[in-house]
Every structure is written in structure tokens, then in C-alpha cells.
Design a protein around this ligand. Structure first.
Ligand code: C5P
Length: 248
């Protein structure tokens, strides 16, 4: 694919740093190290269950865009309530499981719309569906969950259900970006974990891609945790990823 030049700020904005920490104090150490870099911050269930809405408000007050990765999956009425709460909290992105079905995803969008209608100062968050977790193999999908076919077929089916339900995109493996864009169109957003700069520890991720390859594959946002958070010098690690994206 031909190279498109992106600015430093655009490159930084494509990186979602996964703040997978047990409490606010440990996350704060990383925030100090990354100060001034306009990356997206991802708050997952580990940190959110410990540090709560207050931590998200603090990130917003410091100017960060925030992806609240809490993967809602419940009856439609409950997800609608959850979606309303996180919209009022001011997150820029949150996600729900596509496996909850169309009514549930539509209820999430209703929760967002009702919150926005009640307070004009709020901004509409991007709502993303989790398709199949990257930890789900074809064996687990078929034998444990009971869904026949390949993981790719299930991802495409869930992505179509998500777009039909009014959602903005999906979380997917960087290897599935082409499939999702082909199935749902180029404007349907992809958020991809499983990113590893050349030479970084793979950890428990299996189907990985480098930041540069993921950008070239067309991903909109890349979630990167341990290659930054566990680096000897997290700031240098993030700067080098941003540099790699600018050069892509
Ligand atoms: O440390 P690492 O870069 O592997 O972090 C990846 C992040 O993306 C973690 O916060 C993980 O929970 C999240 N994630 C993932 N696979 C998914 C969905 C989210 O790795 N399918």
C-alpha cells in the first residue's frame, strides 16, 4: 500500500495506551512519564473498577481522549443505562459485546442519544462492538461457545450486526481490518489490539502486527499496552512508535 504521511499529532492520536494498572497511583506514574504526548488513553475494567469515574474525569481534565473499555453485555435496558452513564461521564469511546444482539446494541445507542438530548454540552461518544475476543480460537468458538464456522466468519457477521444496529465500529485483530472494511465499508472504524513493535515481547497475544503494518492495513486506532507500560523507558517506547507511524 502506498504511504500516506501523517503528522506527529495524528500519529499520537492513533495510539491508545492501555492503562492496565490495579489503581490510580500506579497509572499516575505512567501518565507523568508520557506527559504532553497527545495519545488516546484506554481505561479497562481493572483500572475502572478500582479507580472509577473520578479517574476518567481526571484524564479528561488533563486533555486526553478516553476509550472506556468495559465491554458491556447485559439485557438491553441495563446496557442503555450504562451507555447513558458513560456518555454523561464524558468518555470519547466505549464498547459493548456484539454477542448481546441487535436489541442490546440499539439500546446502547438509545442510552447515548437520551443523555445527549438531556445535556447539550455533552459530546457523542464513538460506540464500538467487541466481535470475537482475540483470545478466542476456532476450537473454542466451535466446541465451547457453540458457534460453527471460522473466527473470521463470526467476526464479519458480528461486524454487520453492529453496523446495522447503528454502532460506529468494532474491536478486531489487525489481521481482520481488511475483512471488516470490506464487509462494512471504509468509514466503519477498527480498533486493534495485538500490536507489537519489531523486537517487542509478544506476551499472551498471538496474531500480532507492528504499528506500521497495522496502519498500512487501515486500522483507525491501535491499542498498545505492555510494549509501552512495561518498557524500561515508556516515553521513549511511545515516541519510537509514533516515529514509526509518521514514517509508515
Ligand atoms: O499489553 P497489550 O498491548 O497486549 O494490551 C492489549 C490491550 O488490549 C489490553 O488492555 C487488552 O485487554 C485489550 N484487548 C485485547 N484483545 C481484545 C480486546 C481488548 O488485547 N480482543
Amino acid at each position: 500500500m502506498s504511504a500516506t504521511t501523517i503528522s506527529r499529532e495524528q500519529a499520537a492520536g492513533k495510539v491508545m495506551v492501555a492503562l492496565d494498572y490495579p489503581d490510580a497511583a500506579s497509572a499516575e506514574t505512567l501518565l507523568k512519564q508520557l506527559e504532553g504526548i497527545p495519545c488516546y488513553m484506554k481505561v479497562g475494567m481493572q483500572l475502572y473498577y478500582a479507580a472509577g469515574p473520578e479517574f476518567v474525569r481526571m484524564l479528561k481534565a488533563r486533555g486526553y481522549r478516553v476509550f472506556l473499555d468495559v465491554k458491556m453485555h447485559d439485557i438491553p435496558n441495563t446496557v442503555k443505562g450504562g451507555a447513558g452513564s458513560v456518555t454523561r461521564l464524558g468518555v470519547d469511546m466505549f464498547n459493548v459485546h456484539a454477542a448481546g444482539g441487535r436489541d442490546m446494541m440499539e439500546a446502547a445507542m438509545e442510552g447515548v442519544e437520551e443523555a445527549l438530548a438531556a445535556d447539550a454540552s455533552l459530546t457523542k461518544p464513538t460506540v464500538i462492538a467487541v466481535t470475537q475476543l482475540t483470545s478466542t480460537s476456532e476450537e473454542v468458538l466451535n466446541d465451547e461457545i457453540g458457534i460453527p464456522g471460522t473466527v473470521a466468519e463470526s467476526v464479519a457477521r458480528y461486524a454487520l450486526l453492529a453496523i446495522a444496529s447503528g454502532l460506529d465500529g468494532v474491536v478486531a485483530s489487525p489481521h481482520e481490518v481488511g475483512l471488516v472494511k470490506d464487509t462494512c465499508g471504509p468509514a466503519f472504524q477498527t480498533v486493534t489490539p495485538g500490536i507489537r513493535p519489531a523486537g517487542a515481547d509478544i506476551g499472551d497475544q498471538s496474531r500480532i502486527m507492528t504499528p506500521q503494518a497495522a496502519l498500512q492495513a487501515g486500522t483507525d486506532f491501535m491499542v498498545i499496552g505492555r510494549p509501552i507500560t512495561r518498557a524500561a523507558d515508556p516515553r521513549a517506547a511511545l515516541e519510537s512508535i509514533i516515529e514509526e507511524l509518521i514514517q509508515a
